[in-house]
Design a protein around this ligand. Structure first.
Ligand code: TYD
Length: 140
């Protein structure tokens, strides 16, 4: 996780089954995803102007999907930053370990679905940005 970069965080186009009554996206472990899912959670009822994230993970991988509405995710590897705007239910941003993320610009009614590679573990979080930078710079 010390040498992970934002360039390894890609937007996946998720499968979409379309017919005239709407769309379905189904995600299967080992087939449609870059890791196996052990937890699913979602953010909703986010007040306008609110920020989420503000941390990195040591081991956790995530696929983040705007299943409704839109929001921005700024990724930071300690050296470079990039902002990805998610606004379609069939795009998923893969966030690998060792990447600081800030979520912002939530539209009204936005729902942020997160598929996660591990169960919740507070010890996996890096919530202090200076600690994050120290860990990342070890390998540079
Ligand atoms: P956090 O991951 O910091 O939220 P975000 O990145 O969306 O801003 O989690 C916020 C709180 O919710 C924190 O106290 C931990 C708790 N939490 C759980 O108990 N289980 C979970 O699976 C998640 C994601 C968070």
């Amino acid at each position: 996780m010390t040498d992970s970069t934002i360039y390894n965080c890609n937007v996946f186009t998720l499968p979409k089954i379309h017919n005239r009554s709407g769309n379905i996206t189904a995600l299967n472990n080992s087939i449609d995803l870059p890791f196996d899912i052990h937890r699913v959670y979602y953010l909703y009822d986010i007040p306008g102007g609110e920020l989420r994230g503000g941390h990195a993970h040591r081991e956790l991988q995530q696929l983040i999907v705007a299943v409704s509405g839109s929001f921005d995710i700024t990724l930071d590897d300690g050296l470079n930053k990039k902002t990805v705007s998610l606004n379609r239910s069939y795009f998923g941003l893969h966030v690998i370990p060792g990447i600081w993320r800030d979520l912002s610009n939530f539209s009204s009614g936005a729902i942020c679905l997160v598929l996660a590679s591990h169960k919740y573990d507070e010890n996996d979080y890096i919530r202090d940005y200076n600690e994050f930078l120290k860990i990342k710079n070890k390998c540079k």
